[in-house]
Design a protein around this ligand. Structure first.
Ligand code: DOR
Length: 435
């Protein structure tokens, strides 16, 4: 290998190459040279090249998860930038955006630079931080957005918390427009959420748990749409969970409002009835909703009204989960299960095609964050994900690269896994054959 290990030419052959950015879906070889895609097509291997044979597999632009919580700085016991980036690579993600709800909060250029530096050192995935909307994510004063953008944030968000103050949200959208970055909003109107720990409805009543009204999400979504309409700033709705929110986003898109949105695998797979187990791995914000919402999310994914699938990877210690439902920390890890879940429950049953999957998990997040990835066009940086659609896997949280184990998918039997991830032409993950 040449110094740095990355510059040997690499030929990925016999995979079905799916790249919506160039309207490409054909069995072809991908030649990677000096960290970039050199050519795609019929290519005869040369002796000096590394060759990876991928019959039956799908090769696509590297997947991008635009909603990840790395816990560094502050809670390195749950996740570090390095462990999170390795979990991303293992799950088939070559890039991620990490949220600013760390300790200290990423609301200034020093923390932004720290996270970026840590990300570069891992060399496992491209780590792009989001900066906070408000100082300390306290909702009172706007953070130094310009400075953070200069230092490298690709979006701003108070995720984990809503931006409660309408005037601050308005100003955030105005600023974000200047820098052409999205404001990613965690829509959860505090009064309506009323401190609930699960979805408010028949199940919460039956279980006697305090409910969080679905109106809490819808109310903030509608507010954001109005403010985006007025300011022209781009708003991205994080972890969409209700059918009403989706309805308003569809309407807003028809009107040309600059809105995009994402849904997590858990919100298109699991309903709040699971909370009856009191398993705290079913606790997250927003909470799991009703079956009709789960189905609405799937429809939105299939018909194009939802732009992205993002995991909201939220690592927590066993201690923080091993308590009552009300007291448990909200959130689940998702980087290592997303691809198999999407493959097993959306692509295999034919709800969405492979091409749409690649749009949802690479092309669209790239377009929203302006990363310049999400494509295999010749000359572009060789971030590549290879999926083996037939690879069977029983999820075992003990084998996660993530430092945390909080997943409701433990023991699920899935099909379709990322077997190879390249970042800048370097192999950052390769699953041994047959495992
Ligand atoms: O469930 C969640 N956990 N939702 C969020 O918005 C924040 C996240 C976390 O940071 O743990």
């Amino acid at each position: 290998k040449e110094p740095g290990g990355s510059l040997v030419s690499l030929l990925l052959k016999n995979a079905l190459v799916v790249d919506p950015s160039q309207d490409l879906e054909e069995k072809a070889a991908i030649l990677v040279e000096a960290g970039r895609v050199a050519r795609i097509g019929r290519i005869a291997a040369r002796k000096s090249w590394d060759v990876i044979d991928l019959p039956g597999c799908i090769a696509c632009p590297g997947l991008i998860d635009m909603h990840v919580h790395l816990r560094e700085p502050g809670r390195e016991d749950k996740e570090t930038v390095s462990s999170g980036a390795r979990a991303a690579a293992a799950g088939g993600f070559s890039s991620l955006m990490c949220m600013p709800n760390t300790d200290p909060v990423n609301d200034n250029e020093a923390v932004t630079r720290f996270v970026i530096d840590r990300g570069r050192r891992t060399r496992a995935a491209n780590v792009h931080p989001a900066g906070a909307v408000t100082k300390g994510q306290l909702g009172k004063d706007l953070a130094e957005i310009g400075e953070m953008v200069k230092a490298g944030v690709v979006a701003i968000s108070d995720d984990g918390h809503p931006v409660e103050n309408d005037q601050i949200m308005r100003r955030a959208l105005e600023y974000s427009k200047i820098f052409d970055i999205p404001v990613v909003d965690h829509c959860e109107n505090r009064e309506l959420a009323a401190g609930g720990c699960m979805n408010e409805g028949a199940t919460s009543t039956r279980l006697g748990l305090p409910g969080m009204s679905r109106l809490a999400e819808e109310m903030d979504v509608v507010r954001d749409l109005i403010l985006s309409r007025e300011t022209g700033g781009r708003v991205h709705i994080a972890h969409l969970s209700t059918r009403e929110s989706l309805h308003w986003i569809r309407e807003a898109k028809k009107q040309g409002i600059a809105v995009t949105c994402e849904v997590t695998p858990h919100h298109f797979l699991i309903s709040d009835e699971k909370v009856a187990t009191y398993d705290t791995n079913y606790k997250m914000h927003p909470p799991l909703r009703e079956q009709a919402d789960v189905e609405a999310m799937r429809e939105g994914l299939a018909d194009g009204s939802i732009d992205c699938i993002a995991t909201d990877h939220a690592p927590h210690t066993t201690l923080e989960k091993d308590t009552t439902f009300e007291d448990a920390a909200p959130g689940i890890v998702g980087l290592e299960t997303a691809v198999p879940l999407v493959w097993t429950f959306l692509v295999r049953p034919g709800l969405i095609g492979v091409r749409r999957m690649v749009e949802l998990m690479s092309v669209n997040p790239d377009r929203i964050l302006r990363l310049g990835r999400g494509t295999l066009k010749p000359g572009s940086v060789a971030d590549v994900t290879v999926i083996d659609p037939d690879r069977a896997w029983t999820v075992d949280v003990q084998r996660f690269k993530s430092k945390s184990r909080n997943s409701p998918f433990d023991g699920w039997e899935l099909r379709g896994r990322a077997v190879l991830t390249l970042v800048g032409g370097r192999v950052v993950h390769r699953l041994p054959a047959g495992r």
